[in-house]
Write a protein that binds this ligand. Structure first.
Ligand SMILES: *[C@@H]1O[C@H](CO)[C@@H](O)[C@H](O)[C@H]1NC(C)=O
Length: 982
């Protein structure tokens, strides 16, 4: 703390906001950001000019060069405003139909940042082999696709790019003429003189503002397009900060329109609805564009286009006919206006501060196709460690080793399952991460071992700010090796964070990588310091990696800071946090000789972060609004490929009442990442502290989550293969159902057939759930059958505090493990229950994926992957055959984490390790009538019990019939079949 004199304190008190809420003035609005203002002004000029507006950017047809691969062409582009400036355009079509559009300034005064894609992409995508560009007088075009349904047309004058499907325009670039790549220029000399400025009436003028600079310049012939003042070209002030902008203006504006798509999703992370509301035009819902600029926003708003912690420049444009997607690989601050120009079309306007145009057009045509196309570019969510899908208990802070031990003990005494105990920043001495505060944590390894002894893990925080003191070996070495981010004068950048005066590792510097990984080794290294006071049971939390800088502009680094290669922070800001979690997850994986799956939680993220672990929605508030919007944010980051997501259960800030806490656990239990966390100023709120009936309710919710771990893990296997989100919004499941486009408060879990609607209103006793199809949906708990309708139907279901609206879609088989255990690691040999929810046609199908959950042996074929099917054995048969068969050999092209296995062995070592694991119970819901016999196919009769009720095939609603087969003598890893006969 700097010392303040009396007047200073008084000034500070007067300046303090009266409420304790978001300090919105800490963050820029579009009108406070020079390039955003310029972008919106350009759009306003275009609107005003109407039909007479014409983009100055033109392709030079004589410059077109089609590459020998035929799928790529390059061309020169000029702007009539600046005929001496050259731009280069490149289009290429990938083998899956994705079109990559790149544009850069050629031989300019400086170089634009062009490396964002190299951090985001998993590899250079394959190029299409059956496409040919044909250049004509006015345009160059290519037709492709299985039925030649896709076409890309690049018009020359003005430059316009369109992707068509079946002759209909899907995506149009520069259709409104808002493309503008500000070229590098020298500051034009100006004739200046200063004058005393007369203060306006009633206006106080500070001394240093009492003079105005009168500038005289040659008139700009491009003023109709660029505007006639150099608005913040060379310097920008915000609050007390000045951004020096040594490169001058270099922003990039582009309109991207979807003439046939009325709904757009994505561009996370924003606290808003999944279907993005309008930000411009006649009656905007938000007055500012959506902003992508990773930021540590203290107590963020529950409805706002403001940036929060992560940025994924991916947008889905959707209609009942088709879906298209775009991914813009740009790492600088970006603002995106969305205008639902008509019910059937959407116009978007993207303005980025720096970087090249590097846009991927994903043709779809279904949402599922787009997830595949996008994950082919940036990778999938890697299969997480199984234990990490259990419940995580966190708090700022568990204050001592004994505190940790007590919390663990209390969970066990109350029979509440938990897998992971977390330590926030106060474990460390003076916030020097890795270094234990020995006063409160005298025996760190002993404490970790006590947690690990019960099959649990610890997650410990390591933030990117390094305390600047020679006593901190990590900082000392980084400083000596010159691995830290530099300020604009190329000195070591100093900022303030938890650790006081701090410096930041420059993860763009390759010399950081191996060294950072070495820090996590648990054995002593000859080469330098390593974390010997840690064990393999420790995994890592990367917070504050936007990066958060308490005394920096917008609570982050100055944009003119310098990274490796001379790039400014402005060029790389949004990918900065991703490199940190990338390297940390590699470090954790490679700690042991045979690597194990790391768990790393990150707050900041970018396109591609899904490869490195989980994210959470940051410092939310303990309010109902935040609970509700958290669900939407998690769905929306899933659209951006980041499936492994969740919100702090309970809300980070505040002291939620017990009923709110119960609801929050219900939300958390149905999020991929399930963690409770709380601010240091909050009262303790671990679930064992609650009174009845709340304590019992939360115990039930925790147990429910654990019973459903097979569902979650199987869903994660799928996303690790094809990139489909773990939580599936309605438009992804039912892309043609117009009624579902705006639904973002209920969703499906993977392909399991489970539909959940978390209740997020106080005192609710019921909930409304939308059923999108003519199918039966069963209440998961009491087997009440509800019937949807072909055109969609809303049902009202019980939703009191102890009730979760959770449904099994008819036609699904859901595998669970229903024996309560203290941690997931204690469940490895537990038997399974199969819930067979018959469809109206009397059939059902489901999957189960299992492996050791910790190592990478699944990539060598050590797993069990089963398919369960219930169907009539023959057309006229009156029986139902329920069978289990191996999927690993049946579908070898879909191995996990992208590794295709040549010959999968169903009798692999992992399968052998669970050879005795049984199916202990089969529940068949919705049978027409009481069977006459149930037996193993070709074998013994089984013991069963039937309760009559509504059948799946009936149009009736009510409690469904229930057949319970106890101990069906079936092993989970083996083929078997059960015959139900009449
Ligand atoms: C990040 O992760 C990928 C693997 O997904 C790896 O290939 C790349 O080299 C990593 N390193 C950095 C510094 O991003």
């Amino acid at each position: 703390m700097r010392s303040l004199n009396y007047l200073g304190i008084l000034a500070l008190l007067l300046a303090l906001p009266t409420t304790h809420s978001l300090k919105a003035h800490d963050f820029k609005t579009c009108s406070q950001s020079g390039f955003c203002r310029r972008g919106r002004a350009l759009s306003a000029r275009a609107k005003e000019a109407g039909a007479t507006w014409k983009s100055p950017y033109v392709v030079d047809p004589s410059s077109i060069a089609i590459a020998s691969d035929q799928a790529t062409f390059t061309a020169g582009v000029k702007s009539s405003l600046y005929p001496h400036i050259n731009f280069g355009l490149e289009l290429r079509v990938h083998d899956d139909g994705v079109v990559r559009v790149r544009m850069d300034e050629v031989a300019g005064l400086r170089k634009r940042y062009d490396e964002a894609a190299s951090w985001a992409l998993i590899s250079e995508p394959g190029i299409s082999k059956d496409i040919k560009w044909t250049a004509g007088k006015k345009d160059i075009r290519a037709v492709y696709g299985q039925k030649k349904e896709n076409e890309v047309v690049v018009t020359f004058e003005p430059l316009r790019v369109a992707l068509l499907r079946n002759g209909k325009e899907q995506v149009v670039l520069n259709g409104q003429g808002l493309l503008h790549m500000e070229h590098f220029r020298t500051k034009t000399p100006e004739v200046t003189h200063t004058e005393e400025a007369a203060p306006k009436e009633g206006e106080e003028v500070a001394d240093d503002e009492a003079q105005v600079v009168i500038k005289a310049k040659a008139p700009n012939p491009g003023a109709w397009f660029e505007g006639d003042n150099e608005d913040d070209y060379w310097e920008e002030k915000f609050s007390t900060w000045t951004d020096s902008k040594p490169k001058g203006p270099e922003s990039l504006s582009l309109d991207i329109n979807f003439p046939n798509h009325g709904t757009v999703y994505g561009i996370p992370q924003h606290a808003t609805r999944l279907a993005l509301p309008t930000t411009t035009g006649e009656s905007p819902f938000f007055s500012d564009p959506y902003r992508l600029y990773n930021a540590d926003v203290f107590e963020y708003l529950a409805s706002s286009p403001m940036s929060i912690y992560g940025s994924i420049p991916v947008l889905h444009a959707h209609s009942a006919d088709s879906t298209v997607g775009i991914f813009h690989a740009v790492a600088s601050e970006t603002w995106i206006d969305v205008d639902h120009a008509s019910e059937k079309s959407t116009e978007t306007h993207w303005v980025s501060e720096s970087g090249i145009l590097d846009l991927f057009l994903m043709p779809g045509p279904t949402p599922e196709d787009i997830f595949r196309q996008y994950s082919k570019l940036t990778g999938t969510t890697v299969l997480p460690a199984h234990w990490s899908l259990g419940y995580h208990q966190c708090r700022w802070n568990y204050v001592s080793s004994d505190d940790v031990r007590t919390v663990q003990k209390r969970f066990d005494e109350e029979d509440m399952p938990v897998d992971v105990l977390w330590l926030d920043i106060e474990y460390s001495q003076d916030h020097k991460y890795f270094i234990w505060d020995k006063k409160n944590f005298p025996d760190p390894v002993g404490m970790i071992n006590d947690v690990a002894a019960l099959g649990r893990k610890m997650v410990i925080i390591v933030d990117p700010h390094l305390k600047r003191t020679a006593e901190y070996p990590v900082y000392k070495k980084a400083s000596e090796l010159g691995l830290l981010v530099k300020d604009k004068n190329e000195g070591e950048y100093e900022g303030w964070c938890w650790s006081g005066s701090s410096a930041w590792m420059d993860f763009f510097n390759p010399n950081v990588w191996d060294w950072w990984k070495s820090l996590f080794k648990t054995q002593k290294l000859a080469t330098g310091w390593s974390w010997t006071e840690s064990t393999d049971a420790v995994h890592i939390w990367n917070d504050m990696n936007e990066p958060s800088v308490f005394n920096g502009p917008e609570i982050t680094m100055p944009k003119d800071n310098l990274h490796y290669g001379g790039w400014e922070h402005r060029d790389v800001h949004n990918i900065n946090g991703m490199l940190f979690s990338n390297l940390t997850s590699q470090a954790v994986a490679e700690r042991t000789d045979s690597p194990t799956r790391p768990f790393v939680l990150t707050r900041a993220f970018y396109a591609g972060s899904q490869r490195f672990g989980a994210m959470w929605t940051g410092d939310n508030l303990g309010t109902w609004e935040h609970m509700a919007v958290g669900v939407k944010i998690v769905l929306s980051v899933g659209v951006g490929g980041m499936s492994y997501a969740g919100s702090d259960v309970g809300g980070f800030f505040g002291n939620p009442e017990p009923d709110m806490l119960v609801r929050w656990y219900q939300v958390g239990a149905f999020a991929p990442f399930f963690r409770a966390h709380a601010h240091i100023d909050t009262k303790r709120r671990e679930p064992f502290l609650l009174d009845q009936p709340y304590k019992g309710m939360i115990r039930d919710i925790l147990r429910l989550r654990y019973s459903m771990l097979p569902v979650w893990y199987t869903a994660f296997r799928e996303t690790s293969v094809n990139g489909l989100p773990v939580l599936r919004p309605h438009y992804v499941m039912f892309p043609k159902d117009q009624n579902g486009f705006n639904i973002d408060d209920q969703y499906y879990i993977g392909s399991s057939g489970l539909l959940v609607k978390p209740v997020t209103e106080k005192d609710a006793t019921e909930a409304k759930v939308y059923l999108p199809e003519d199918q039966v949906y069963y209440d998961y708990f009491n087997h009440h059958a509800y019937r949807g309708a072909a055109k969609g139907k809303e049902i009202t279901v019980p939703g009191a505090l102890h009730q979760i609206p959770l449904f099994v879609r008819g036609g699904s088989i859901v595998p669970t493990r229903e024996r309560p255990r203290r941690a997931s690691t204690a469940m490895k040999q537990d038997p399974f229950t199969l819930r067979v929810a018959l469809s109206k046609a009397g059939t059902a199908r489901g999957e189960l994926y299992l492996d050791d959950g910790e190592t990478y042996s699944h990539r060598e074929g050590q797993f069990v992957w089963r398919e369960f099917v219930a169907e009539k054995p023959a057309k006229k048969s009156r029986a139902i055959r329920l069978s289990s068969k191996d999927l690993g050999s049946a579908r070898p092209a879909e191995a996990v984490d992208g590794v295709v296995l040549k010959a999968f062995d169903p009798a692999n070592a992992f399968a052998k390790s669970i050879a005795d694991v049984r199916v202990e119970k089969v529940v068949v819901v919705g049978l027409k009538a009481k069977p006459t016999a149930v037996r193993i196919e070709g074998g013994a009769k089984l013991v069963w019990d039937f309760t009559a009720g509504v059948a799946a095939a009936d149009k009736k609603e009510g409690t469904a019939s229930l057949l319970v087969i106890k101990d069906p003598k079936a092993l989970i890893a083996q083929d078997w079949a059960i015959i139900i006969e009449w």
